[in-house]
Design a protein around this ligand. Structure first.
Ligand SMILES: Cc1cc2nc3c(=O)[nH]c(=O)nc-3n(C[C@H](O)[C@H](O)[C@H](O)COP(=O)(O)OP(=O)(O)OC[C@H]3O[C@@H](n4cnc5c(N)ncnc54)[C@H](O)[C@@H]3O)c2cc1C
Length: 392
């Protein structure tokens, strides 16, 4: 096993760094933090699209980058280390691959270009109040009426539905057989009559989540992706795409770097906190765990580069990766102490002497979700129990 980077990988890393230096400029950073978020993120994604770097996981024939697993790893590590947001996953990462894998030629022609160039914003309508981990229990139903399906029900936790032009939805089209058997994957225009988006404000005080109601929403039958009643096959294929790059070691390493920078300035009993042995021990514990996870991640990448396929180890990476993200977010939050409170309008972050305080709070609060979405960590443990340990 060889886990050092080859010369051409190092050259690629330089190209990525130069691109980020030139394109992820200060103006974009401040727009991403403003009310202008949607336009700013679309602008960023269109810069990636122009460079040919928007769709790392797509086959080249559909506009993918053709990167090796190692190049994907390098790109993601560099991106995350700088705190650059990832591509919003719902179009490029989720529905796009389902359309080129299961869609008709007409669906590919109609939908793929708008996904690639980020002109069309997608959201994911899977979860329902009674169907999260147990997704196959979903109840939102679609009944055939001529050449349309009529959809009734509600989806919940729909990220960014307030921005979305289209939503991909799992609906129940039959109650026959096992609950997985009567599900269909369908594409719905968010401008359709009968759709209502209700905001849900998170504990980070941000509006990212929503409930989406469907009241007699008419959708043409040609919007079904794959076979009617066989949507579970599509749903499972999509979740495999959702779990790539899930450990996000670079994010935890970035958090440690930010903690060290801030602790070097922080005064605690007359000296910087970074010199406190108790604090140093906590940093060291986290760094050791992060390093161990990084090598596990690299071992998986090396196996994939040699033609392997990520198996249940992606569950292991998800559990440990998200636990470490949360542990580093927690330490950063503790460091900010009461300065993580709401920033008074008349003060700048610099006035507080803790420019990272409010950001640390938002990232800690939102970070609570990482052990829930993408398949909760408890569910990942079940997968390890079944496929790695052979327990039933
Ligand atoms: C920030 C955020 C964004 C999201 N965005 C979207 C989105 O855009 N679209 C979308 O469709 N969904 C989205 N989700 C929903 C997400 O997929 C679900 O929250 C997740 O699948 C868990 O489902 P649930 O919330 O219903 O919890 P439940 O499934 O009810 O689980 C509750 C608890 O029980 C545990 N549990 C459940 N089953 C088992 C089991 N068999 N064994 C052991 N423990 C178990 C879980 O781990 C969890 O701790 C989002 C969620 C969050 C937090």
């Amino acid at each position: 096993m060889d886990i050092s980077f080859a010369q051409e990988d190092l050259a690629f890393r330089d190209e990525v760094r130069t691109f980020f230096d030139e394109q992820f400029d200060d103006e974009l950073v401040s727009r991403l933090k403003s009310e202008d978020f949607k336009e700013a993120i679309v602008d960023w994604q269109q810069r990636l699209f122009k460079k040919g770097w928007i769709a790392a996981n797509w086959p080249v024939e559909y506009g993918g980058t053709g990167w090796t697993p190692t190049q994907k790893y390098i790109y993601e590590s560099e991106r995350s280390a700088r705190g650059i947001p990832g591509v919003i996953p719902f179009g490029i990462g989720m529905v796009g691959p389902m359309i080129y894998q299961f869609g008709t030629p007409e669906q590919k022609e109609k939908f793929l270009p708008g996904i690639l160039n980020s002109e069309v914003w997608w959201c994911q309508g899977y979860s329902e109040p009674g169907a999260g981990s147990d997704l196959a229990s979903l109840k939102t139903k679609a009944e055939l009426d001529g050449d349309h399906y009529v959809i009734n029900g509600a989806k919940i936790w729909t990220s960014y539905a307030q921005y979305a032009d289209w939503i991909f939805v799992l609906v129940r089209t039959s109650n026959e057989g096992k609950k997985q058997e009567g599900i269909t994957f369908i594409l719905v225009d968010m401008k359709s009559e009968g759709i209502k988006v209700n905001p849900i404000i998170g504990i980070d005080n941000e509006h990212n989540l929503n409930e989406v109601e469907f009241n007699n929403v008419r959708v043409p039958v040609e919007n079904v992706v794959g076979e009617v009643n066989k949507g579970w096959t599509v749903a499972k294929a999509l979740l495999a795409h959702e779990r790539t790059g899930i450990a996000d070691v670079a994010q935890s390493k970035r958090n440690i770097r930010l903690i060290k920078e801030a602790a070097a300035k922080e005064i605690n009993g007359g000296r910087p906190l970074i010199e406190d042995p108790g604090f140093q021990a906590r940093i060291a514990d986290l760094e050791i765990e992060i390093m161990a996870l990084e090598f596990t991640d690299l071992r998986t990448i090396a196996a994939m580069a040699a033609g392997g396929f990520p198996g249940p180890e992606s569950s292991l990476l998800k559990i440990k990766g998200t636990e470490l993200q949360q542990a580093t977010q927690e330490l950063r939050m503790e460091l900010a102490a009461y300065y993580q409170g709401v920033l008074p309008k008349y003060m700048s972050e610099e006035d507080l002497g803790h420019s990272f305080g409010p950001e640390a709070r938002v990232s800690y609060m939102y970070g609570r979700a990482s052990t829930i979405y993408g398949g909760s960590n408890e569910v990942q443990r079940n997968i390890i129990a079944k496929y790695v340990l052979g327990l039933e």
